[in-house]
Every structure is written in structure tokens, then in C-alpha cells.
Design a protein around this ligand. Structure first.
Ligand code: APR
Ligand code: ZN
Ligand code: ZN
Length: 361
């Protein structure tokens, strides 16, 4: 039987979000209905509301979630009712060229639920990133559910569903930070701070946090930054070089998404270092570099897509590390809010004092 629950809808471009009754169908083949327990508020939800991602209004927002599987459809064997799961927005197919080459994070055929959730008048909803978890229950593809240790708090677990995984993975997976490495992280919001936590976990010897906001730099220190640079006051490229014996960092992670910070990342690395781009630029942004500098530097220039994570491999391990006290994921939950406070959480995002507001149901 389809069920009616409450969910947060973005009704139209730039209109305030609101709580509405939504209809969640029974799971079809390969699908699952999840009782959502917590869902973080991400910039991407705000971009959906602003019409910056697609015009398919109304959206059912929310995509950084954890909860309990309520029911599963035909053929689902990996998860079962009662399982505590973190949702992901890249359920990989296992069969495409990328998957078969062992790089499933580039999968061409990721999937979401085929059935649609609707408003009570039958209007179809577009779930944000194929999830839609600012809702008491949501319908997803079973492959979007990853079972993790239920001892963790749902608010913390859900963070792995997007921004925190992007940052952790930028350091651990894409950047492949190793023991003793020097790492610079440009931009210390939720994503950059998660990269710092990832670099700490990986055993980096020096972690240089760069931001234009001293409050962000203070927070970055609590997550493992050993040095901080306010790039409004000090040239960050010079500062990183100075702190690394004149060489530049082994791994530089860009977590802002601007041409000037991309450029800083390019020059702040060691000649054979790795630049990891995780900040998302806008379509009109361009980077201009002397070709001789591109040619003259070895190493690697990589972008990181959802932290190049493989949910089934990464989520359970990261939750276990957190439960062992080795990964302070709770530091990313600044506040918990109710379902009807998402609009308020969007406003707080702008003030820069929130890593994550998490809706707890
Ligand atoms: N130089 C250095 N830091 C900057 C600059 C700059 N020119 N401009 C902004 N920042 C800092 C901000 O002070 C803030 O601490 O970058 C940080 C951005 O953090 P958030 O706005 O919280 O964004 P976050 O969620 O961390 O995402 C960062 O990664 O995945 C992408 O889409 C995401 O592009 C976004 C980026
Ligand atoms: Zn695939
Ligand atoms: Zn997100």
C-alpha cells in the first residue's frame, strides 16, 4: 500500500521550501522504502531550490541521509527490512566499462528508483540526487542503501552520503594521501574540513589549512590542521612553499571551486605532487595557465567525484573508524533541526558558521 508521509518540497524556482504530504509507493523490483532518521542540509539542496540544477520542479529535497529499511521489492537481497543504512546517490551498475575496469565511481549507469513519489494530487516529484530524504520515508533503488553499524547516530551516519564523503574521499581515495605526506587544503568548509580529517586519518605529517575566514581556520585545527594560512592576508602559495621546505605540498586539495583557488592549488603543490579538485566551479569559470607551467610540472591533476567513493567499500569502514574514536565525524554536525526548519538552515548556511545542519526525524 502506498503511504502518505511528510516531506520538504521546493515548489518552484526561488520559492521558499515547504512541508507537504507526499505519497510513497510500495517498493518495486530492485527498490526499497527507507524510514529516514536524519538528513543533512547540503548546498546542492539549495541549488535545486534556486533552479540551478534542473527545471524539474517540484523537487523533494534532501540527499545526505541515514535510516532504517522498511520494505524491499522483488529481487532485493543486499538489504532487508530493519537494516540501518546510509543512502548514496551513485548506485553503480557493476557492468559498464567503468565498473568492469575497476573504477565504479565513474559508472555510466548509476540508478535510482524507477517509480515516482508524488504529491497527493498525483503531481510527480523529482527527488534531489535521486534520493529525496527530507521526508519521513523515501523510495530509493536498493543499491542506494549501504548497511552500516547501527551503533552510530543517524545524524552522523547520514553525513557520509554527500559532502563529508566528498572531502574524506578527496584525501583518502583521489589524493591517496600517505603517511608522512604534506597536504594543503584550500577552503575549509564542510568539504575541506572533511579532507583535513581524511588526511589526518591517512597519517599526513603536515596539514596546511587555507581559508579567508579565521573562524574556519580555527575549526580546521580541531580536525587535524597543523598549520593555518589566512589567504586574505598571506599569499597561500608562498606560505605553503615556505612550510614545506620550499617544495610545495605533496597533495593539494581545492575545496572552494573558484578560478583563483584552482590556480593557487596548481602552484602550491610540489613539482611531482597531486592536485585534487573537489570544489565545483560554475560553467562560465575559466582557468588560464602558462603552458610551460603545465608542461614543467609532473605529478597529477585530478578531480574528485563524490570522493571517488564506493559506498559498499567505504561507508562501513568509515563508520567503524568513527565508532573507534579515530574519525571525528560528529564534529561536522553543527546543529540538528526539524523537517519544517530547512528554510532556516539554508539561511544559516550563508553566515558561514555552520558545517552541517542536520534534519532529525
Ligand atoms: N580562498 C580560500 N577559501 C575560500 C575562498 C577563497 N578565495 N572563498 C571562500 N573560501 C572558503 C569559505 O570561507 C568556506 O570556508 O571556502 C569554504 C567553502 O565552504 P562551504 O561554503 O561550507 O562549502 P562546502 O560545503 O565545504 O563545499 C565546498 O566543494 O563539493 C564542493 O560544491 C562544493 O564547491 C563546493 C566546495
Ligand atoms: Zn557501471
Ligand atoms: Zn550534497
Amino acid at each position: 500500500m502506498a503511504q502518505e508521509v511528510r516531506g520538504v518540497i521546493a515548489p518552484g524556482k526561488d520559492e521558499p521550501v515547504r512541508v507537504e504530504t507526499i505519497v510513497v509507493p510500495d517498493p518495486g523490483p530492485g527498490e526499497a522504502v527507507v524510514r529516514v532518521q536524519a538528513c543533512g542540509v547540503c548546498h546542492t539542496d539549495l541549488h535545486y531550490k534556486q533552479g540551478g540544477i534542473s527545471d524539474d520542479f517540484p523537487f523533494l529535497l534532501g540527499h545526505e541521509a541515514a535510516g532504517v529499511v522498511e520494505s524491499v521489492g522483488a529481487g532485493v537481497t543486499d538489504v532487508a527490512p530493519g537494516d540501518f543504512v546510509v543512502l548514496n546517490w551513485r548506485a553503480v551498475c557493476g557492468n559498464c566499462r567503468a565498473c568492469l575496469r575497476g573504477r565504479p565511481w565513474y559508472c555510466f549507469d548509476t540508478h535510482n528508483a524507477k517509480q515516482k513519489m508524488t504529491l497527493t494530487d498525483g503531481t510527480e516529484l523529482s527527488p534531489a540526487l535521486g534520493i529525496g530524504a527530507f521526508a519521513e520515508k523515501t523510495l530509493v533503488a536498493a543499491g542506494q542503501c549501504t548497511k552500516v553499524d547501527p551503533a552510530v547516530s543517524p545524524a552522523v551516519a547520514g553525513l557520509l552520503g554527500c559532502g563529508v564523503m566528498a572531502g574524506l574521499g578527496a584525501a583518502i581515495n583521489t589524493g591517496d594521501v600517505g603517511r608522512g605526506d604534506s597536504v594543503a587544503v584550500i577552503g575549509c568548509g564542510g568539504v575541506g574540513d572533511a579532507a583535513i580529517a581524511g588526511a589526518t586519518l591517512a597519517g599526513a605529517a603536515k596539514i596546511i589549512a587555507v581559508d579567508i575566514d579565521d573562524r574556519k581556520l580555527a575549526k580546521a585545527r580541531t580536525l587535524g590542521a597543523t598549520h593555518t594560512v589566512n589567504s586574505k592576508e598571506t599569499d597561500p602559495v608562498e606560505a605553503v612553499r615556505e612550510l614545506t621546505g620550499g617544495f610545495g605540498a605533496d597533495v593539494v586539495i581545492e575545496a572552494v571551486g573558484r578560478p583563483d583557488t584552482y590556480q593557487q592549488a596548481f602552484y602550491a603543490r610540489d613539482l611531482a605532487g597531486t592536485v585534487v579538485l573537489v570544489g565545483v566551479p560554475t560553467p562560465e569559470m575559466k582557468l588560464e595557465l602558462p603552458l610551460l607551467d603545465v608542461f614543467g610540472r609532473g605529478g597529477a591533476l585530478k578531480s574528485s567525484w563524490y570522493g571517488d567513493c564506493l559506498p559498499s567499500r567505504d561507508f562501513p569502514v568509515l563508520i567503524d573508524l568513527h565508532l573507534q574514536g579515530r574519525l571525528p565525524l560528529d564534529a561536522f554536525v553543527t546543529e540538528t533541526v526539524r523537517l519544517d526548519e530547512v528554510e532556516k538552515a539554508f539561511e544559516r548556511m550563508h553566515h558561514g558558521d555552520v558545517l552541517r545542519s542536520v534534519v532529525v526525524l
